[in-house]
Design a protein around this ligand. Structure first.
Ligand SMILES: [Zn+2]
Length: 131
C-alpha cells in the first residue's frame, strides 16, 4: 500500500512541478511578446520624431499648412510613449529587475543578502519569498 501512496505523492509533485514550469514558460512567452511589441513601438516613435523634425524644418523654411500634421504626429507620439510605459510596466511585473548593488552597481543574483563583489549589504525585501 505504501508504495502506491509514494507513487501518488511523486506524481503529484511532478504535476506541481510541471504546472510551475508551464506557468513560468507562459510568463516568459508573454514577456517576450511584450518586448517585441515594445521594440516595434520604439521604431514607430523614432519614425515619428524623424517626421516631426522634417516637418518642423519645412515650417521653419516657410512652408505653410503643416500645423495639422505636426499636431497629429505629436498626439500619436504621446500615445506611443504612454503605450511603451505601460508595456514596460507589464514586463517588469513578469520579470522583476535583478537586484543591483547600490555601491558597485553590479547586477546580483536573486536571493542574496550581500553583494558578491564588494560585500555590501543589499536590501532584499523585494525578492523575499519569490522562490
Ligand atoms: Zn557591490
Amino acid at each position: 500500500m505504501e508504495i502506491f501512496q509514494k507513487i501518488g505523492e511523486t506524481a503529484r509533485e511532478l504535476t506541481d512541478k510541471a504546472k510551475e514550469v508551464t506557468r513560468r514558460s507562459g510568463e516568459f512567452l508573454e514577456a517576450t511578446r511584450l518586448k517585441i511589441e515594445l521594440s516595434r513601438l520604439e521604431k514607430e516613435l523614432e519614425n515619428n520624431y524623424l517626421s516631426l523634425g522634417e516637418l518642423v524644418y519645412r515650417r521653419f523654411s516657410g512652408e505653410e499648412g503643416l500645423d495639422g500634421e505636426i499636431e497629429r504626429l505629436c498626439q500619436s507620439t504621446r500615445g506611443i510613449r504612454a503605450d511603451m510605459l505601460s508595456i514596460q510596466e507589464q514586463i517588469d511585473r513578469l520579470q522583476p529587475k535583478p537586484l543591483i548593488c547600490p555601491q558597485c552597481k553590479v547586477e546580483l543574483p536573486a536571493g542574496g543578502k550581500f553583494c558578491s563583489y564588494c560585500g555590501n549589504l543589499v536590501a532584499a525585501e523585494k525578492t523575499a519569498g519569490a522562490e
